[in-house]
Write a protein that binds this ligand. Structure first.
Ligand SMILES: Cc1ncc(COP(=O)(O)O)c(C=O)c1O
Length: 458
């Protein structure tokens, strides 16, 4: 983060300094205007479809109906870029007009459209374009990559994952273990938070790797943990895993488009992610995967399809499989153009916004939410009977834009009241509320409005 403007300060320190310069307090109503006025990315909000109070399901309140909802659910499904529709229309038009030739003509030959996502993807995850590809879905890609990276032997047959992993990841891992003829209970190592804690301690994960690494075939962890929003130290975990001879892969569903990633430099073996959360590609959008280029010429077990064949000779249609280099050899089928262009529409916004500006806004935006929550609900200034605990790490380097919080009262009641008032977020059982101000399209005003509404509800 060499170019990061707030390197040595906390978000609260920066916000207090800024407010003081304007003769204000951070919690003053007017302060969000100072922040929104200084927001270099404010124009991007207009490029997204923001749900309205008048049409969002379950909203029931007497407010000007054209007003926007406060959308804090980008960790689940990102908003639709306004350009998505025209991207989709172009594909439909080209198919209509060019029939089978739509695959080869125009500036976006549909048969090669996934290649056009490589540049944006490589910038988002920090790697070479040849190391990354848009294909399939997240769970499918995890299976495909694990087919190569989980090759158990008598002494090295275990997989290390986190306790309470996302269910799909757990199913992938458990079924791969069973497919390989091993026993799930004996072959899984679950790293967990310490007793009475809920964040994972990186030093504990590394200790388990150091102790048990000789029997671990694969470490598969999240880049950002979906419940708490905690970012894992991928660089340190990868290093520790490699020292013990383990392969190391990541599920980046909640990390990509959210935190800074340097997959190539960190030496990560492989990673998979979906693009419908922070990357706004739409429900069931195309997945993506990374494979470090040191494996380009390694012969590994793979499930094959014709799209993994070298492009130059693919259409010779022989039964000899000539592998495309690296991650491209994991492609199975020709790309689903409608899904790929939905993703490209959003990727263009990311490329224009730029990683540095997104990081700087995230620092302030999530920091502002943290500050207001603490000010109103956990400090002596708290006038409500209810308290709010922030579960997510408070250090900027250990989180993305999501804050998970817990109330001293039943969360469902709070959810119901906030939802009626157009506050959109989700809860994870039993009692965690996930709030995600997304730097690409959320405003500081959204944060202010959310906390203000929460105050009136509580
Ligand atoms: C952490 C994580 N892993 C896996 C998945 C499954 O994704 P998909 O249904 O795209 O395979 C999700 C979906 O939300 C997720 O959040």
């Amino acid at each position: 983060m060499q170019d990061f403007k707030y390197k040595v300060k906390t978000p609260s320190e920066v916000l207090v300094e800024l407010a003081t310069q304007h003769g204000m307090n951070v919690h003053d109503e007017e302060f969000h205007k100072i922040l929104d006025d200084g927001d270099e990315l404010s124009k991007f909000r207009e490029r997204f479809e923001i749900p309205k109070l008048c049409s969002y399901p379950g909203v029931d309140c007497d407010i000007t109906k054209e007003e926007d909802c406060v959308y804090f659910c980008g960790h689940s499904l990102g908003l639709q870029p306004k350009s998505t529709e025209s991207h989709v229309q172009q594909v439909l038009q080209s198919w209509k007009q060019n029939a089978n030739q739509c695959r080869y003509v125009t500036s976006l030959p549909l048969v090669y459209c996934d290649n056009q996502a490589k540049k944006g993807l490589s910038e988002l995850v920090g790697c070479y374009e040849s190391e990354v590809v848009a294909m399939n879905s997240l769970t499918t890609n995890l299976h495909l990559l694990m087919t190569s990276f989980y090759q158990p032997t008598k002494y090295r047959y275990k997989i290390l994952i986190e306790q309470n992993a996302f269910p799909s990841d757990y199913y992938v891992v458990a079924s791969q273990i069973r497919l390989a003829g091993y026993d799930e209970d004996e072959s899984l190592i679950l790293v967990k938070p310490r007793q009475n804690e809920e964040l994972f301690r990186m030093e504990d994960i590394i200790e388990v790797i150091e102790k048990e690494g000789d029997s671990i075939a694969l470490i598969l962890l999240p880049g950002v943990y979906f419940i708490t929003g905690q970012a894992f130290d991928m660089k340190a975990i990868t290093e520790a895993g490699h020292k013990k001879g383990c392969y190391v892969g990541y599920d980046l569903a909640h990390a990509v488009g959210n935190i800074e990633l340097h997959l190539h430099e960190w030496g990560v073996d492989f990673a998979c992610w979906c693009t419908y959360k922070y990357l706004n590609s739409g429900p069931g959008g195309i997945g993506a995967a990374f494979l470090h280029r040191r494996f380009d010429n390694t012969k590994m077990n793979k499930l094959l399809g014709w799209w993994g064949h070298k492009e130059s000779t693919r259409f010779e249609m022989t039964s000899d499989f000539d592998f495309a280099p690296g991650i491209d050899s994991y492609r199975l089928s020709n790309p689903p153009a409608l899904l790929v262009v939905c993703f490209i529409a959003s990727l263009n916004e990311f490329l224009e916004a730029g990683g540095r500006r997104l990081r700087e806004k995230r620092f302030l935006l999530t920091g502002y939410l943290e500050y207001l929550l603490k000010h109103h609900f956990s400090e002596p200034s708290n006038t409500s009977k209810v308290t709010v605990d922030i579960v997510t790490p408070l250090k900027f380097a250990e989180r993305g834009c999501q804050l998970s919080i817990r109330f001293s009262c039943p969360v469902h009641q709070v959810w119901k009241e906030l939802r009626k008032r157009g506050m959109i977020f989700d809860i994870r059982k039993p009692d965690v509320m996930r709030l995600t101000p997304v730097p690409l399209y959320n405003r500081f005003y959204d944060v202010y409005r959310f906390v203000d509404t929460l105050r009136s509800v509580l």
